[in-house]
Write a protein that binds this ligand. Structure first.
Ligand code: ATP
Ligand code: MG
Ligand code: MG
Ligand code: MG
Length: 562
């Protein structure tokens, strides 16, 4: 590619609103431009890197036995209503209406679409397992889009889904995907860790995130300094009260049953609340439980509720199911509060337990003559706290250290969460109808691009690892008005292309200082400068990573840069 003909708008100044290195460098080196908050154009250099990352992803996905397809970004609301996520996903889901006033969502993820697709076509165990993936633009109306394409509202994701007749089959494919992810991020040159992640509302058990180690990461990884243990801090147990907490989260034994009147009230309460609520939460304070209903950003809620407040999170699948659960809850106090604020819910849970009352909200307590002690956080009662650096590792080996991570990938055993809700069933060997068992596997392709730059840069610009570099070689004639220099650089450019190298030729009539500065900023692995010694057939080679440079005759050039 000739630089005069492509579009690489470099900037000398560091853009004021770009906080992190990758965002600054992508703007300065002419990789991206923002259209609006969290929405970007990928310029030619970025597009080339994205294609390289995608190629690696495709090779590893195909190798893991998955087939590529492409599903619609525009998805009818009915699908999301079937799974229930139309109500639970919250404002992150971009919603729109067509001219007939029908409701749609822009795909934030594709469990619904793929489940409906597969349920309509696959009826027998003989067609399972089946793994499918796509690379596609996703939409999420993030509360805080930031750090350039690290957290966009429109971004590129590789999402894969697998369908199985048995748990063993899911386990097998999950392991394959796990290995594929390790290969992908290794081939991208990334320093990363696979960490135990939170299964949140999905109900599944096994889930891992792939975290690129970086100070700008929004996640915290708790890892052991001597063993393999590594977990998202959201999942790391609370060391000081570990025994107590694990006891709290054990399956509940039937010890004491709340009176039937209370349960009837709850049932009514749940039916009303169901329409606007995500899930019911069982709080445990001392030995007593309280049921609360929480809506809003349920991912955050789950994590906080579980780890900080020691709450048992129960999906509000149905009022029936919740009733059954409550029948087994010892010391059940009653239902309280509908809120999207975890702190408020926690406060109310404490008040309910401490005062032995139940009600719908703060005012209700106040009717009942109960003042809520707002300073009494549930963590005080339950003596719970997040894991800290220096704590003993939960696996008993070594001491906990923290690191910041950027989540670039996530693998997940979904189980039957979607197939049951959406009736995706198959006939097993005995002719019995069974729900398909599912897994899902995501990679943030555009986020990976930025994460690579976070790990590969210096004071002059980006330093691309060869596997994903937009071009391998940068050919720079010092002075394009000099015939010898121009001719030799044109000749080298043509030869490189012929030999299968991807080359960028800086044929612009710019000062050499500008060309070098741009070249360092863009960060291609090898630079070949054609200067005064062009007449003697000698050029200078510079390795971007090490800064090493040497003169070489063009006859030996190809041997030297291999
Ligand atoms: P995060 O915790 O960063 O919000 P997530 O857990 O919501 O991510 P997943 O639903 O697991 O994301 O999606 C799969 C992958 O998509 C993530 O591992 C991440 O690499 C990428 N991704 C998610 N949200 C964004 C975003 N807003 N911008 C860019 N990439 C994203
Ligand atoms: Mg998210
Ligand atoms: Mg996450
Ligand atoms: Mg995730």
């Amino acid at each position: 590619m000739k630089q005069s003909m492509t579009f690489i708008p470099t900037l000398r100044e560091v853009p004021a609103d770009a906080e992190v290195k990758s965002h600054q460098l992508m703007l300065r080196a002419g990789f991206i431009r923002q259209n609006t908050s969290g929405v970007y154009s990928y310029l030619p250099l970025a597009q080339k890197v994205l294609k390289n990352i995608e190629q690696i992803v495709r090779e590893e996905m195909n190798n893991a036995g998955a087939s590529e397809l492409l599903m619609p970004a525009m998805q009818q609301a009915e699908l999301w209503q079937e799974s229930g996520r139309w109500y639970s996903y919250g404002p992150e889901l971009m919603r729109l209406k067509d001219r007939h006033n029908r409701e749609f969502a822009l795909g934030a993820t594709h469990e619904e679409v793929i489940t409906s697709l597969v349920r309509d076509e696959v009826k027998s165990y003989k067609r399972l397992p089946l793994s499918l993936y796509q690379i596609q633009t996703k939409f999420r109306d993030e509360k805080r889009p930031r750090f350039g394409v690290l957290r966009g509202r429109e971004f590129i994701m590789k999402d894969a889904y697998s369908f199985h007749a048995t748990q063993e089959s899911l386990d097998e494919v999950y392991d394959k995907m796990f290995t594929a992810y390790q290969n992908i991020f290794t081939r991208c040159g990334l320093d990363f860790r696979a960490v135990i992640a939170d299964s949140g509302a999905m109900g599944g058990k096994d889930t891992h995130e792939f975290m690129v180690l970086s100070d700008v990461g929004e996640d915290t990884i708790a890892y052991s300094d001597t063993s393999k243990y590594a977990a998202n801090i959201e999942m790391a147990p609370v060391i000081s009260t570990y025994e107590k907490r694990s006891e709290a989260l054990k399956p509940l034994e039937k010890i004491e049953t709340p009176n039937q009147k209370t349960i009837a009230e709850i049932s009514t309460f749940l039916n009303v609340a169901k329409e606007s609520c995500i899930k019911s939460i069982l709080f445990k304070v001392d030995d007593r439980f309280v049921l609360t209903l929480v809506r809003g950003d349920h991912e955050v809620n789950d994590i906080k509720l579980k780890n900080l407040y020691g709450a048992t999170v129960v999906e509000l699948a149905s009022a029936e199911e919740t009733k059954e659960t409550l029948n087994c809850v010892p010391g059940f106090v009653g239902p309280i509060n509908v809120s999207n604020d975890v702190e408020v819910v926690a406060d109310h849970a404490i008040a309910a337990v401490v005062n032995g009352v139940c009600g719908a909200n703060e005012e209700h307590f106040h009717f009942q003559g109960v003042n809520i002690d707002r300073d009494a956080k549930i963590s005080q009662y339950a003596d719970l706290r997040f894991i800290q650096e220096g704590d003993k590792s939960p696996d008993g080996e070594g001491v906990i250290k923290f690191a910041k991570g950027i989540e670039v990938g996530h693998v997940f055993k979904l189980g039957t969460r979607y197939s049951e809700a959406m009736d995706a069933t198959f006939l097993d060997e005995n002719g019995r109808t069974q729900p398909m068992i599912m897994g899902c596997y995501g990679i943030g392709v555009s986020r990976t691009l930025a994460a690579i730059i976070e790990q590969y840069n210096d004071e002059s610009g980006i330093v691309w690892p060869e596997s994903v570099a937009p071009f391998q070689i940068h050919v720079i004639p010092v002075n394009v008005k000099n015939d010898a220099q121009k001719d030799l650089s044109d000749k080298l450019y043509a030869e490189f292309l012929q030999k299968g190298y991807d080359v960028l030729l800086d044929d612009r009539p710019e000062r050499v200082g500008v060309k070098f500065a741009d070249s360092d900023l863009i960060g291609l692995p090898v630079r070949v400068t054609v200067g005064k010694k062009a007449e003697d057939g000698i050029v200078e080679v510079k390795v971007r990573k090490t800064g090493e440079s040497f003169e070489v005759s063009v006859t030996e050039l190809y041997d030297k840069i291999k």
